[in-house]
Design a protein around this ligand. Structure first.
Ligand SMILES: Nc1ncnc2c1ncn2[C@@H]1O[C@H](COP(=O)(O)OP(=O)(O)OP(=O)(O)O)[C@@H](O)[C@H]1O
Length: 564
């Protein structure tokens, strides 16, 4: 279990934006440019009430030229604001999309490089939720609310400056009546959101996981007649999700309290402004400026509260995404010195557990020479597949080492590992598409000529030609057109394309038709040339042909049958 870290269901929400910062490094300049243009647009908007207030005073003073000048200035501000705002939105959306695109690429890269053990230890739906839904939510936020949030934040700062400089008496009143209840409401909303949103996101991930698993296992569920049981489990998860979604909704209703606070503040400002203007302390224009600017300020606070609500929700998704990125950060490769005169594949005192306290392999030591053809046999559950995955570096041992050519597999980088050691599992996984699409999954992007050459080298040209569309035969959405044995033939062609030092075939346990069994046998014999080939053998006919057999029992090497 040492090789992986587990995901947290409701990860830490603190400092999420600061923790996201390193992932934004490449986009800082673009984001700074977008924010600057956005703030200029906001500044133009903030100055409009000031110009209108001045115009009112010019009007009262009967200065027509001054009035026209101010009207022209207001027009320029409106046009400038419109153009700058649009421009900043385009810049922000572009910068945001690039960030999200990079995050998606990073998640895919991490899934590609993360230990197989990590993927097996988590529910597929949870991983799916974090890598697609959480990233999509972030994209929606960046496109929709981030531009609003920046301009609203800027607006709050600029209009506060305008209000203070217009009348400190009215500003003092505004602060007294408006700020304390708004601060109190903001605290309540934030606390309620922090309590409600993380469980909502976790419940949604559980629902996705259950749903994904029910789709994957649909055939088995129908065979077992267990669809009803599964549906009630799905309903249970749905109910849990809705109950948490309702709590999140309830948290959001506190936001409506801001309307009452705004109404009271406007009334107080109107009365106080009227009295100050009547005493000649401020001009009517200043009162107009103040009322217009404070009304805009209120609506910005409203919008900001909604956007902050969305931000709190996005923060939960972002924390879950960061958790995924944190735990899949590649461990530094420790370059352990190897013996350069040792060319074999060696497991040395290897132990392994899937779950803490349940050891599956107990100090396995075994050695295979370069070019050796050997079999691993043993009763079901004895640990053959587990050993095979360790021998080709898909799992790392809890204790002991696996070495190839003297180098510890944990010291090889993922690409080198996958090029030098190939495992063909019992059930070769196929993607939707043609045979050619499936063969193209091999490292190095092989072309059609490479497929033909590899199939020819394995003596499989006749088999390919016998398929309805040759390499273009459609295999169905999950490769269901091919039997387990035929899938292994595809695995063998992929292996020939990769040209590894070590090939391990976990022989299909399903009954193979004699033709397919014969083709596998021949292809393996041809692939043996110049590499180590190990077969986890289940069929007596295969075992009988193997020159060396290693027998496993309950997670240990029970006996070695000498070379025949
Ligand atoms: N992903 C996993 N998580 C937890 N336990 C596992 C996992 N894979 C295998 N095991 C357990 O490890 C033990 C060894 O399994 P393994 O598949 O290595 O045996 P095997 O000898 O290859 O069996 P078979 O011949 O049936 O394929 C079994 O008890 C199995 O239940």
């Amino acid at each position: 279990m040492a090789e992986i870290r587990m995901l947290t269901e409701e990860p830490d929400q603190r400092n999420v934006l600061r923790r996201t910062w390193p992932y934004l490094r490449r986009h800082r300049a673009a984001m700074a440019a977008a924010v600057t243009v956005n703030l200029l647009a906001t500044l133009a908007l903030t100055l409009i009430p000031v110009v209108i207030g001045r115009a009112v005073d010019e009007l009262r003073a009967g200065d027509r030229d001054g009035l026209l000048r101010l009207a022209a200035a207001a027009l320029v501000l409106v046009v400038a604001r419109t153009i700058l705002l649009r421009w900043s939105e385009v810049l922000l959306v572009r910068a945001g999309e690039r960030v999200v695109h990079d995050l998606r690429d990073l998640v895919v890269e991490r899934f590609g490089g993360t230990p197989l053990r990590f993927l097996e230890a988590h529910r597929g739906g949870d991983l799916l939720q974090r890598s697609t839904v959480e990233v999509a939510e972030l994209a929606a936020f960046v496109r929709g609310q981030l531009p609003d949030m920046i301009s609203l934040g800027g607006y709050l700062v600029f209009s506060t400056i305008v209000l203070v400089t217009s009348s400190w008496q009215l500003f003092g009143l505004l602060v007294l009546v408006f700020a304390p209840p708004m601060w109190w409401l903001a605290r309540i909303v934030r606390r309620a959101a922090e309590r409600a949103y993380p469980p909502e996101a976790a419940a949604q991930a559980t629902l996705t996981a259950t749903f994904t698993e029910s789709l994957t296992a649909r055939e088995q569920l129908q065979i077992d007649g267990a669809t009803g049981t599964w549906l009630s489990r799905l309903r249970g998860d749905t109910d849990a999700y809705y109950s948490r979604a309702r709590s999140a909704q309830a948290a959001a209703t506190w936001i409506d309290g801001t309307w009452i606070v705004q109404g009271l503040t406007s009334a107080a400002l109107l009365v106080a402004g009227g009295l100050l203007a009547a005493d000649g302390v401020v001009t009517v224009g200043v009162v107009v400026t103040f009322l217009l600017a404070s009304r805009d300020l209120f609506s910005s606070v409203d919008d900001l509260t909604l956007v902050v609500g969305d931000l709190l929700e996005t923060r939960v998704g972002l924390a879950r995404l960061l958790d995924l990125l944190d735990v899949t950060t590649p461990a530094p490769v420790s370059r352990k010195a190897g013996r350069s005169d040792d060319h074999g594949l060696v497991a040395d005192g290897v132990t392994y557990s899937y779950q803490a306290g349940e050891r599956i392999l107990h100090g396995v030591t075994v050695r295979f020479e370069p070019g050796e053809h050997a079999g691993i046999v043993g009763e079901t559950g004895s640990g053959k597949t587990t050993l095979a995955k360790l021998l080709c570096g898909l799992y790392l041992p809890d204790d002991g080492t696996v070495r190839l050519g003297g180098a510890d597999l944990s010291a090889l980088d993922a690409a080198e590992l996958r090029r030098r050691l190939v495992l063909i599992p019992q059930q070769v996984h196929m993607i939707a598409g043609t045979l050619a699409d499936n063969l193209a999954l091999t490292p190095g992007r092989p072309a059609r000529e490479d497929f033909e050459r590899a199939a020819g080298a394995l003596g499989l040209t006749g088999w390919i030609e016998g398929l309805p569309g040759g390499f273009d035969t459609d295999l169905g959405r999950r490769g269901e057109r091919f039997s387990a044995g035929e899938r292994q033939l595809v695995g063998l062609i992929r292996a020939a394309l990769t040209d590894p030092d070590v090939l391990i075939l976990d022989e299909a346990t399903a009954d193979l038709d004699p033709g397919t069994a014969q083709r596998i046998e021949e292809a393996l014999a041809r692939l043996r040339e110049g590499r180590t080939v190990l077969v986890i053998a289940h069929r007596p006919a295969t075992i009988a042909r193997l020159p060396r057999v290693v027998r496993m029992h309950a997670g240990s090497i029970a006996e070695e049958e000498p070379c025949r």
